[in-house]
Design a protein around this ligand. Sequence first.
Ligand code: FES
Ligand code: MG
Length: 594
Amino acid sequence: PNAEDDYDLNKAIASRSGLRQGLTSYGDAHFSLFLRKVFIKALGYTDDALSRPIIGIINTYSSYNPCHANVPQLIEAAKRGVQLHGGLAIDFPTITLHESFAHPTSMFLRNLMSMDTEEMIRAQPMDACIMIGGCDKTVPAQLMGGISANKPVLPLITGPMMPGSHRGERLGACTDCRNNWAAYRAGQIDMEDISAINEELAPTSGTCGVMGTASTMACVTAALGMMPLKGASAPAVSSGRLRIAEETGANAVSVAQAKRTPQEVLSKESFLNAITVLQAIGGSTNAVVHILAIANRHPEFQGEITLQTFDDIGRKTPLLIDLKPSGDNYMTDFHNAGGMLALLHTLRPLLHLNAMTISGKTLGQLLDESPFRSFQSSQEIIRPISNPLYPSSSLVVLRGNIAPNGAVMKASASKDRSLLKHSGPAVVFENSADLAKRIDDPDLPVTKDSVLVLKSIGPVGNPGMPEAGLIPLPRKLGSLGVTDMLRLSDGRMSGTAGGTIVLHISPESALQESPYGIVRTGDIITCDVEARKLQLEVSDEEIQQRIAERKANVSIETPDKSTRRGYRALYTRSVNQAEEGADFDFLTANGANW
Ligand code: FES
Ligand code: MG
């Protein structure tokens, strides 16, 4: 035998080791393996260690990300799980995203994080990868990247923060951030109170403690079958969270050995289950965009999960979880009430129990193995189907002449339900700057029946589609006690926010052919949630004429695709619309070969 064969057969690197993956870098596979071993040994690993299944662990710790403050402890616990089960754990960084520290918006960077995740999983030798995420955009970014890389991946969530307290009332980011700020704006609480509240809204590490985007995506990930059910809700600071991390490490070794990839685990049924859970928890509207982006990464059913799927499932699914912003409680309450295990048992008649999970068992098998005995206080947080918080259609999809490709509303978070069927004159703001300038103008021609219309916050118009859809109420109406108005935009809203708010209007106003782009102050807009209608009471001819005028008017600011550089240029050129997931066209499963 020649020396190369000898080397290959000889030592240590058993055929199952991930270290053999991708050995093409130097043309000669034997030399590549030899070289790779040189450098990995510099970290102090023995041949024995290197003969094990290699489990990558994505480290998204950053001092800018309090939602991920516990990542070092999670890595330690996950490594323990991996190594107790005969694997070798190797952690590595990717970018991380925190909602408040990702200018202009974390959504602008979600696709970048998904690319980083995908390419680093692909680039480095590993047999499976634990993806530690938590804050809003991180989990969808990791699922998108993980599905595209299609190595075995196991999401591990950082977990929700604990609630805080002020004058005997519990507080949690960020529903209570908004409520209290609105109360302060309306003069109902003073500077001393708002400062004390500021200290208590995020009292521990972890993700926002209400059913915002982070908690929603955690529940969705569990419903997809990608992680242990407790993993959705155990508090960030709990020992339970560390045990989930250890368990995930152990699972990673068996998932690696079974070579169970996300494209194999996830089926259309997994997504139908996830959307059922989304509706039942009154989840974040952002999750609609994320789930569409995640599903569209899967080559087998790209385009099969649509906005209509969300609406259809919503009609059959009651809202069962009494958590802010749709209800009253916090993620810790959901966890103590039985969390996802209790919820999935309750939802059982609505679920596709044959959907596969990362464990290699179907969802039905997992539920059969883990019965849940309900108790009184549990049923106050996780209601039985016979006593829902909201009968159905927590999230609805609206269509009409100004939203031909759809719009989304979290009807269950409406504060004034009379607005769910409402007609009123539009007060139009051309963009966020215009809104900031005029919303508190005492002369603004606005009444409580007006419809506030904000343009230019869609994916292209304001890259990242900022969470500016929660248009503040004009101060002069706030001080009169008005707490809700019908509000429209092509942007997003924080999952922790509430109100009668239509979002994700598509096509967005920045596109020249957008009918939403031609709405004018004084036009009558009708919203009828029951009929799923969002209508501008203006004739089709008039709409077409206005679109033609707008196209002819060169002074209209349109995104200049040619002169931008860097990631923003890539983003503006490639982002698709909200109803497709606001992903990059070249990243979707059948994406253009960019
Ligand atoms: Fe990270 Fe809310 S800011 S989850
Ligand atoms: Mg958020």
